[in-house]
Write a protein that binds this ligand. Structure first.
Ligand code: ASP
Ligand code: MG
Length: 407
């Protein structure tokens, strides 16, 4: 008998029929003899809808009040789900964040979980009930409702699984696992059976949206196996687990891309100590995250600085940079929004030379010019012209042997 935490995302509980289907599924598992704890998201679109209501009241909604509002989405699904379970002759008990309690810090709309006492959950399990936990929400030391940030139900599920020392945390979603790349732009993409936490973390931060980043960090820290699978089929999905030796045989596990990038170049900056600090401090003070940075030395003690920021922060970043450029005596500032980032990810890179140059070769053969490059232990990213994104992804997917083999 296993203890399983099952998290169902918004599309899996999007309406009453789907909630009933999920209830059937959970009960089937329970009948097999496993103990199941359920974590639910709000119905698909509900959190966005609630945010739109808040925006009608205040252009920058008060964060404490926003949390009170947003937490209602999950309150709806956990109660309806518990009713569906009871209608099927089984017993369930719903829990809002404060009832468990899911204890968090006070950072409204992006709170972090501090502790989860397990007494109430364990008691419900002992009584033969299915505990049903509201995802995404918690309570701070003042007793105020907090939320964990968008997609936070994944983190709730992993944290509950860790607190209960569950055997596995199953994340049910509308895709049947983690893919070698986005199947929407590359039909040859394959479902991955097993992937390491490190690779999954890189993929999530590079734009793959299946799992929320913090949930993967959490699972990695506590070595909680994650099973990402579809709530619409019975097929096994992708296991996200601790790295093992067999994973290193594969050079590249996945190709990712992100169109959410913009590039800024500051030209002919006098090259002296403190230049980078004066350029980047005001940007980080504005909470803008700089990703890649390249510095090129020119003759005459001048240097060029090129870096990328999220597209949504481009205008604000440009304004800040233009101001600093004047102060530090740079010649000019140029920007480009029409770029994207394609990346290859794989733990196998650690022990194999030449993976990056193979990537450059493949892109060159397809006539894709590389604008910037960055690497880490298990990832190589290239900034390219946005219009080549799809071509580059497909070429890399094929070039590193990730395409479906017809079987
Ligand atoms: N309902 C929240 C959101 O849409 C949390 C979640 O679904 O994970 O972000
Ligand atoms: Mg989600």
């Amino acid at each position: 008998m296993a203890l399983v935490v099952q998290k169902f995302g918004g599309t899996s509980v999007a309406n009453c029929n789907r909630i009933k289907r999920v209830a059937d599924r959970v009960i089937r598992r329970k009948k097999q003899g496993d103990d199941v704890v359920v974590v639910l998201s709000a119905m698909a679109g509900q959190t966005n809808y609630l945010i739109s209501l808040a925006l009608e009241m205040q252009s920058q909604p008060d964060r404490r009040e926003l949390d009170v509002l947003l937490a209602t989405g999950e309150q709806v699904t956990i109660s309806l789900f518990s009713m569906a379970v009871k209608a099927r002759g089984f017993d369930a008990e719903s829990f809002l964040g404060y009832q468990i309690p899911i204890e968090t810090d006070t950072a409204h709309t992006r709170a972090r979980i501090r502790n989860i006492p397990t007494d109430r959950l364990k008691r419900a399990i002992e009584q033969g009930k299915i505990p049903v936990v509201a995802g995404f929400q918690g309570v701070d030391n003042l007793g105020d409702i907090t939320t964990l940030g968008r997609g936070g139900s994944d983190t709730t599920a992993v944290a509950v699984a860790v607190a209960l020392d569950a055997d596995v945390c199953e994340i049910y979603t509308d895709v049947d696992g983690v893919y070698t790349t986005d199947p929407n732009i590359c039909p040859a993409a394959r479902k991955i059976d097993r992937i390491s936490y490190e690779e999954m973390l890189e993929m999530a931060s590079l734009g793959a949206k299946v799992l929320e980043i913090r949930s993967v960090e959490f699972a990695m820290r506590y070595n909680m196996p994650l099973h990402v699978r579809s709530s619409f089929t019975e097929n096994p999905g992708t296991m996200v687990v601790k790295e093992d030796e067999s994973m290193e045989d594969v050079l590249v596990s996945a190709v990712t891309y992100s169109k959410d990038e913009a590039r800024i170049t500051v030209k002919k900056v006098p090259d002296k100590p403190g230049i980078a600090a004066s350029l980047f401090n005001p940007i980080s003070e504005a909470n803008i995250v700089v990703d890649m940075i390249i510095q090129n030395t020119r003759e005459g003690n001048l240097t060029d600085m090129t870096f990328t920021v999220p597209k949504g922060d481009y205008e604000q970043a440009m304004e800040i940079v233009k101001r600093t450029a004047d102060e530090i005596g740079a010649e000019s500032v140029a920007g480009d929004r029409g770029i994207s980032k394609v990346s290859i990810v794989g733990v196998g890179m650690r022990n194999h030379a030449g993976v990056a140059s193979k990537m450059f070769d493949i892109l060159a053969r397809h006539g894709v010019n590389i604008l910037m490059i960055s690497t880490s232990e298990i990832k190589v990213s290239c900034i390219i012209d946005e219009k080549f994104t799809e071509l580059a992804v497909r070429a890399l997917h094929e070039g590193f042997g990730l395409d479906k083999t017809d079987s």
